[in-house]
Design a protein around this ligand. Structure first.
Ligand code: ADP
Length: 332
């Protein structure tokens, strides 16, 4: 293995930059070349790349986003597109590819391996933290801290005005970000896609809180929660808006709806994200150089490991029910 390709794809996540830096510097340490493709798989298809050396990844460890930029590339989803990509990689003499991204991006890498035998490594990076077989994905810790900061501020105003706040959190179909930040932020209710809920339940929780003399009521809701409810009522509004308006109507309490949106995706990576990214980036190079193929680097809470990419992508990541139940007990 002489030359390694690296790209970032799908949604950006804080920590992608330190991961690229670690890939480049570990490879340089082992006397290997690295080229970085711009805009995810689109960069391979368009031969849009840059040769990277130790210096080209200087001064990026603290930056959110990804300096290689990221994009969604539909052409790569077709077999024809992937064949073209493989041909371009072959011409550039890329012997192995490291893909930093979420489920979709890593699925693309897996297909490159299955269809063309190209050695690939996946680095899980998504604030949704929804990839199985790894405790943490790159970006999750930073996003948690960003949400927590917002929740602290919302709590100040919620308490001062004795208001109810419904805060909608990102996560696509996953509830990790909402669950963990809801717990860390002391939310009164946490609604996630993995656990069904009824509107009446939320109302009775709110009533019980008011009765106990709670000055504020913070309801954290994951953007993907309440699918069943939305389907049944054919309500197209965001789940945060549906819940907030229902509370207003049923309880006549002042209710504010805050959708945190894209501010959750940006920001300087936290120490934990920088350390995990650096370790994952380095490990992905080591695995490639050791002759491993089609692995995902993973953090088991202590060590960085290489796990089977196919297995990681085929497994569902389950919510930790201990954390969910503990958060419930804390809010009573
Ligand atoms: P994420 O990686 O954050 O889950 P997406 O699901 O949007 O983001 O995927 C990012 C990109 O990865 C897509 O635009 C496409 O180029 C590639 N990709 C996603 N799914 C597949 C797939 N099933 N086959 C091939 N490539 C895919």
């Amino acid at each position: 293995m002489k030359k390694i390709g690296v790209l970032t794809s799908g949604g950006d996540a804080p920590g992608m930059n330190p991961a690229i830096r670690a890939v480049v510097r570990t490879a340089a340490y082992r006397n290997k070349e690295v080229i970085g493709f711009y805009n995810g798989y689109d960069g391979i298809l368009k031969n849009n790349y840059i040769e990277l050396n130790r210096r080209s990844v200087g001064d990026i460890i603290h930056r959110g986003g990804t300096f290689l930029r990221t994009a969604r590339c539909d052409e790569f989803k077709t077999k024809k597109g992937r064949k073209k990509a493989y041909k371009n990689l072959e011409q550039l003499k890329v012997d192995g590819l490291i893909v930093i991204g979420g489920n979709g991006s890593l699925t693309g890498a897996k297909l490159l391996y299955e269809e063309f035998n190209l050695p690939v490594m996946g680095i899980p990076a998504t604030i949704d933290n929804d990839l199985a077989m790894t405790e943490f994905c790159i970006g999750f810790d930073t996003a948690m801290n960003t949400v927590l900061d917002a929740l602290n501020k919302i709590r100040d105003t919620a308490t001062s005005h004795e208001r109810t706040f419904v805060v909608e959190i990102m996560g696509r179909d996953a509830g990790y970000l909402a669950l963990h930040t809801g717990m860390a932020g002391g939310a009164e209710s946490i609604l996630i896609p993995e656990i069904d809920f009824r509107l009446e339940e939320i109302i009775s929780n709110c009533k019980a809180g008011i009765k106990r003399g709670k000055l504020h009521n913070i309801i954290v809701v994951a953007e993907g929660a309440g699918k069943k409810l939305k389907d049944e009522t054919d309500d197209k509004r965001s789940i945060g808006a549906i819940i907030g308006n229902h509370i207003k109507k049923e309880l006549s309490v002042e209710t504010r709806i805050t959708i945190l949106g894209h501010l959750q995706r940006g920001g300087s990576p936290t120490a934990i994200d920088r350390i995990i990214s650096t370790r994952m980036g380095a490990k992905s190079v080591e695995l490639l150089l050791d002759g491993d193929e089609a692995k995902m680097v993973s953090f088991d809470g202590k060590k960085i490991l290489g796990v089977n990419l196919d297995e990681a992508l085929s497994k569902e990541k389950n919510i930790d029910m201990d954390i969910y139940n503990l958060a419930r007990i804390m809010s009573l």
